[in-house]
Design a protein around this ligand. Structure first.
Ligand SMILES: C[S@@+](CC[C@H](N)C(=O)[O-])C[C@H]1O[C@@H](n2cnc3c(N)ncnc32)[C@H](O)[C@@H]1O
Length: 345
């Protein structure tokens, strides 16, 4: 992640951390959220981890007047509704700043084009699995170095197919998919950050793409009709969702029967310690929100998917390490491909 946004200790720079975020700004770190919910933590303690959300005065849960499901941690699928919104707002704030500053690189260390490692964007793209011709084929600014792999490698996109990209950012993977599906196909990118959608639309105009559109929306409530897509791709986004089960259930809904998931994301192969899971900068930097491989498999099954395959890529630790050099993050998370199929009948 851009060093201008997050400092070496993993805190959001420019900072509202260490106390409540300014009026009108949702939590940008765990401490803000704690202050805003009257002392309850964003993670483990909101709702007590296994019961219903607290209803004491001053908590955000009680101000919604709803009996939300309990919260376990910001990574997961059981945060209370208000906590989920707090998390989404922190993520949106982060990626607005990335879009508006032309930032690039996932993580917190300022990797690649905007940071300390000295690696340029082309080198980073190749490490993620993009060929030099793919990286150079898209409009300038579309490839922001925000991914953690290349979903095209597993998507097997065919001419005429309809593809949805969850969390499309500047549009990089959508523009690559556009070439694969051709004039008779269609690509729909969905992103919840208005600045990202504007950027992607400007990039599409620059490249005169006629079969790509970008929609503003949350991947937990996709702005797409049932049974629309032949394939859903996504690159380093679902780890950022506070309700991953809904993302997979919504993906199932918008896929046609027989449609497929071709996702690249950060997953956990071991449970990260509390100090990592509770670090909002590591969360918005695509690390702390990673679900365990077994959890992802269970969520996909619950959504109805078959032929589920989650394949961790050990070599990805080389670039993930650069995202947070001061945290032992690669002891816990790795990039993986996530594939699954909606039954044909
Ligand atoms: C790490 S960036 C990846 C962008 C893009 N996939 C790429 O590889 O360049 C994450 C993107 O997902 C978007 N995002 C995160 N959580 C989201 C959610 N719950 N709903 C929709 N978009 C989300 C962010 O706004 C941001 O543009």
């Amino acid at each position: 992640m851009n060093t201008q946004l997050i400092d070496r200790s993993g805190q959001v720079a420019g900072g509202c951390c260490g106390g409540p975020a300014p009026e009108g700004v949702a939590a940008c770190c765990v401490k803000d959220a704690e202050a805003k919910v009257g002392g309850a933590k964003v993670g483990g303690e909101v709702g007590g981890g296994s019961g219903s959300a607290p209803h004491k005065e001053g908590t955000l849960s009680s101000c919604c007047g709803e009996s939300s499901p309990a919260s376990k941690d910001p990574r997961g699928n059981v945060a209370s509704q208000v906590t989920r919104d707090e998390i989404r707002q922190a993520v949106r704030t982060q990626y607005s700043q990335v879009a508006e500053s032309d930032g690039c690189g996932c993580g917190t260390a300022g990797s690649a084009c905007c940071g300390s490692t000295g690696t340029d964007l082309n080198t980073l793209s190749q490490a993620l699995g993009y060929s030099p011709s793919e990286a150079s084929s898209v409009p300038a600014g579309a490839n922001m170095g925000l991914g953690c792999g290349n979903p095209q490698v597993i998507a097997s996109l065919q001419p005429g197919e309809t593809v949805v990209d969850l969390g499309s950012g500047g549009g990089f993977d959508c523009f690559l998919a556009s070439r694969q599906v051709g004039d008779t196909g269609r690509v729909i990118g969905v992103d919840m950050t208005p600045a990202m959608v504007s950027k992607a639309r400007a990039n599409a105009a620059k490249g005169s793409y006629r079969n790509v559109e970008f929609r503003l929306g949350e991947i937990e409530s996709l702005p797409i009709a049932d049974a629309t897509a032949d394939a859903i791709i996504s690159n380093c986004v679902i780890n950022l969702s506070p309700d991953k089960q809904r993302v997979f259930s919504e993906s199932y809904r918008v896929l046609k029967p027989g449609g497929r998931l071709a996702i690249v994301d950060i997953v956990a192969f071991a449970e990260p310690p509390e100090e990592i899971r509770q670090d909002m900068a590591l969360f918005t930097g695509c690390m702390a929100g990673a679900s365990l491989v077994e959890e992802i498999e269970t969520m996909l099954q619950t959504a109805g998917f078959q032929e589920i395959r989650v394949s961790p890529k050990g070599e990805s630790k080389s670039f993930i390490r650069d995202w947070a050099p001061n945290a032992p993050i690669t002891d816990y998370v790795v990039s993986a491909t996530i594939e699954a199929v909606k039954p044909a009948t």
